[in-house]
Design a protein around this ligand. Structure first.
Ligand code: DAH
Length: 338
């Protein structure tokens, strides 16, 4: 009997450290100390023991019971601690861990260039104007001295919404709107989207232009040259420029302005079609008819105007050789400009 009790205690000692859950410990408690447990079974044998031996036996059972209970409780305590430690470890918040980077967007190269070009004129005292993209033919054509018979009125080029409403084909209508609302002297620019029914490697149905206009007393072609040469220097650095005679219905005289090819420095390359020059804008002295159309007296005021394509200038600034890259929304392309 004594041996049996001894071995019960040893049994518990040997298995108790191997348990890893509270449930397992409870199973052991039931197995040894429970109503039908091993120790209870042994104490039931009390009645078969001689009255003399009973006290000693009783004491032994009690001692074993205490010992096993202690073993179980100790292990229980320790296991609870371990579980808590593990929990603390698992739930730890590492405040020294760097946060997840939020990936920020960037300006589209066209927008960036537009802002850059605007800033150059703002520095020179130009006001920034805006106009609608859906425009009356009155402003897109008539006010700008573009007669009904002019090729740019052709349905081929212009997106008509109604007979007298179009998607503006250039930013020049903003000149007419601005002149109607303001009195000279002033200098203004306007930049934005324009639309033409044209689609190939070098044309997209929507593109961007920037327009400029300066009107006042005695504004001359010399002023035009001074302002535009300074502008070009700010965009491309010191480069040669030249003005070639041209025709626009809304300016007289008119010119196209070329800069020395920024790619080959005038030697001749694919980009400048081996001419050494790149055409970057149209310009001229505002036609007296245009001034009259908005109620100005051409005897009193004169002005110059210019208009340029933003895509073209962006391509030259960044050495991009395919216009379509701007409109394909390829993230790998766009991310370069962040
Ligand atoms: N509107 C012209 C175009 O779309 C560009 C232009 C040329 C604007 C000469 C002007 C100018 O203001 O004076 O091709």
């Amino acid at each position: 009997m004594e041996k049996r009790l001894q071995s019960l205690k040893q049994e518990v000692e040997s298995i108790i450290n191997g348990v890893s859950t509270l449930q397992e410990i409870d199973d052991i408690r039931v197995k040894y100390l429970g109503k039908k447990g091993s120790l209870t079974e042994i104490s039931k044998q009390m009645r078969d023991i001689s009255p003399d031996d009973r006290p000693r036996f009783g004491q032994l059972v009690n001692e074993t019971k205490t010992a096993i209970t202690e073993l179980i409780e100790k292990r229980m305590e320790r296991l609870k601690e371990q579980i808590k430690e593990q929990q603390l470890k698992d739930e730890i918040i590492d405040i020294s861990l760097p946060g997840r980077m939020i990936s920020t967007g960037g300006l589209h190269p066209i927008t960036e260039t537009m802002d850059f070009l605007k800033d150059i004129f703002i520095e020179m005292g130009f006001d920034v104007a805006e106009g609608p993209e859906v425009e009356f033919t009155k402003y897109n054509f008539d006010a700008l001295n573009i007669p009904d018979t002019h090729p740019s009125r052709d349905l081929q080029d212009t997106f008509y919404i109604l007979e007298n409403v179009v998607l503006r084909t250039h930013t020049s209508p903003v000149q007419a709107r601005y002149m109607e609302k303001n009195k000279p002297p002033f200098r203004m620019i306007c930049a934005g989207k324009v639309y033409r029914n044209d689609y190939d490697i070098s044309h997209t149905p929507m593109f961007h232009q920037m327009e400029g206009l300066m009107v006042g007393e005695n504004i001359s072609f010399a002023n035009l040259k001074a302002i535009l040469e300074q502008f070009v220097t700010k965009v491309f650095g010191k480069t040669k420029v030249r003005f070639r005679p041209h025709f626009f219905p809304f300016t007289e005289p008119s010119a196209e302005m070329d800069v020395e090819c920024v790619i080959c420095k005038g030697k001749g390359c694919r980009v400048c079609k081996h001419s050494g020059w790149l055409e970057i804008m149209g310009c001229g002295m505002v036609d007296p008819e245009v001034l009259k159309n908005v109620g100005y007296n051409p005897e009193e005021v004169s002005g110059f105007a210019f208009g340029m394509g933003i895509e073209r200038i962006t391509m030259l600034r960044y050495g991009i050789d395919d216009l379509r890259a701007f409109f394909e929304n390829n993230m790998r392309f766009l991310k370069q400009f962040k």
